[in-house]
Design a protein around this ligand. Sequence first.
Ligand SMILES: [Mg+2]
Ligand SMILES: [Zn+2]
Length: 202
Amino acid sequence: MPVTLPSCGVYERPEDAHRLFEGYDPRRALFLDRDGVINADHGYVHRPEDTEWIPGVFNLCRVAIDVGALIIVVTNQAGIARGYYSEQQFLDYTGWVHGQFASHEIVLQATCYCPHHPDAPDPALRLCSCRKPLPGMILEAARRYRIDLGASALLGDKPWDVQAGQAAGVGLNLRFDPNAMAEPGVVRTMQEAGQVLHRFFE
Ligand SMILES: [Mg+2]
Ligand SMILES: [Zn+2]
């Protein structure tokens, strides 16, 4: 009997959902990890007062907006599996994050999230097809929004972000690490990320 593993959740603001049906096809996307890329990774961030934006992340998003690419957040949320916060608390916080970006005139099209973890007390939350480095969240977004993954880019801060992008067939997979040595595939500032993205999307 085939086993179907649970897949990711998708949050979208109601006012942005119409874009699912707009005509341009196929689309490009910029996939962003959340903790360590959008907000500083203080560990299981889920409240506005704990949110510290990564400097330059709004300008980075404009590079994608300017070429008509969708911005999609793909985030492992083991805090839900572990019971540190509820899925509803996560969704409320995600709505706030989308609103903050909207106030900078940046549409986050969706946040795809994995609420699973192998150590979850609830057996139903242990196995899945979406926890990075698995590519499930990216593949779900591609199906939902008809995204050309080879023409799309990803920015994460951990090796498993890059591995998920590669497994999904994303064309450009970058790792953001302010402390890294210069090497291919690594960017050390959001400005540098924006330059690499601009060349890729051109
Ligand atoms: Mg991260
Ligand atoms: Zn998952």
